[in-house]
Design a protein around this ligand. Sequence first.
Ligand code: G3H
Length: 491
Amino acid sequence: SIEQREYLINGELKIWTGSQNPVLSPVFVKEGDAYKQKIIGSTPLLTSKESLEALDAAVKAYDMGHGLWPTLSVTSRIEHVEKFLTAMKAKRAEVVKLLMWEIGKTLKDSEKEFDRTCDYLVDTIKALKDLDRNSAKLVEEQGFMAQIRRVPFGVALCMGPYNYPLNETFTTLFPALIMGNTVVFKPAKYGVLLIKPLLEAFRDSFPAGVINIIYGKGRETVGALMESGKIDVFAFIGTNRGANDLKKLHPKPHRLKSILGLDAKNPAIVLPDADLDNAVAECITGSLSFNGQRCTALKILYVHKDIVKPFIEKFKAEIKKLKPGMPWDAGVGLTPLPEPGKVEFLRDLVEDAKKYGAEVVNENGGEYLNSFYYPAVVYPVNDKMKLYYEEQFGPVIPIVPFDNDDEAIRYVVNSNFGQQVSIFGTDSKRVARLMDAFVNQVGRINLNTQSQRGPDTFPFNGRKDSAEGTLSVADALRVFSIRTLVATKTT
Ligand code: G3H
C-alpha cells in the first residue's frame, strides 16, 4: 500500500499530516473463496489553504510575466523539459504498474500510454523549435516592420481525466509549461498515485513555483483557486458538468482562457455497401478498447437495416473473442472499471433501454461482478432511451437500425456533442453526402475507420459541448500562448 503524503509547492515536496483520501483499486484480488477489491494507498486531502499556497507560488513565479520562467529563452525552457523527460523515463515500470492497479488498463495499453506520452513531449519540443524559428522572422507590410512574439498567458490550472491520467494530463500540462506559463496541477481523481513516482522529477527539473502539484477534493481545492480570480488558463479534460461547475466560480470569466476536452457520443454509420468485416473490426476496437472508457470511443452504432442482422452476428462473435481478466493477464481485452458506481450506472442505462423495447442481444451481455461489467450489445435502440443521448463511457454498445441516411444525419446534427463521426461505406457519392453534412458538426470525420485521437500531431478538437480549443502537438503550443505584436513604421 502506498501512503502518499507529499505534495509540491514552490519547489518543495511538503509532507501532509492531515487526513488522507483512500485509493480503491478496481482490480480484484482473491481472498479465500471471494474476489475483493483492495485499498492500495492514499493521497493527501489538502484544504483550500494549501491549494492557495500553491497558487501563490505559481503567481509569484510568473510575476506578471516578469518572472524567471516566462522570460527564459525557449532553448532553456526546452532543457528543463528534457531533464524531466529523462527522469520520467526511468520511472516507466512504476508508473505502468500503477496505471494497471489504479485504472485497470491492460499492461499493453499502460505501456503504450507511457511511451506515447514521452513521444508527445519529444514532438512538442520539436514543434516549439519550429514555432520559435518562425516567430523570430520580421514581417514587412504596408510601411510597417513587425515582429510577432508568442508569449504565455499567465497562471494555468491543469486537470486531466482518469482514463488517460498520464497522457491526457501531460498533453495540456507540458504545452502550458513550455510556453512559459506557471502551473497548478491537480492529478485525476482515479489514476492519482501514479504521479507520485514523478514528483521528484518535477521538483528537480523546474525552477521553484513553476509547477505546483496539489491533491484533495475538487470543490475544496480547485474551487478556491477559481474563486481567487487569479487563474488565467483553465485546462480541463473531463465532463461538461465538472468544467462548468468550476468555470462559474471564476469572478471574471471573460479573463479566463479555457481549454477543454469534454463529453462525446461519437456515432459510427454503417452503410449497406460497407466492407462488413472491416466495419465490425473497427467498431469493436472503437467501442471497446479500454472497455469503452475513451472520450473518442464509438458510443452509438447506426447500422443500415439491410445489414444490421449480419453485422450484429459478426459483432457478437468478435466480442466473444475478447478475453476478460486482470490488466496483467496475457491477451486480456476486458478489465474492471475504475469509477465507483459505474457498473450500476451502466446497468440502469440498459434497464431503461429495455423498458422502451430494446434487448441485450449477446451472450452474457451486461453480466457483472464487483467492478467488472461484461459488454452489452443493446438493440434496437431508439430516441426514447437514455442510451440514445447519454454518454455511457463504458462497455455498452447501442445499435440503431436505420433506413434512410437522413436519419443518421439528423442524429449528428441534433446531438449536443460534436467530437467525431465514423462512416463505413464504399459508395463514394453516398459517403461524400454524409461527409458534407458532418463537416461543420464535428472535429473529425473518419472514413472506414474507428474514431480516435491519434496520431497526436493531428488536431484534436470538437464542436458544440465536446471541446473548447484545439489540442495537438503544434496546436497546443498555440492555445497556451498568445501573439504580441511589436511594430514600427518604416516610412
Ligand atoms: O479519451 C480521450 C483520449 O484522448 C482518447 O485517445 O483515441 O488515442 O484513445 P485515443
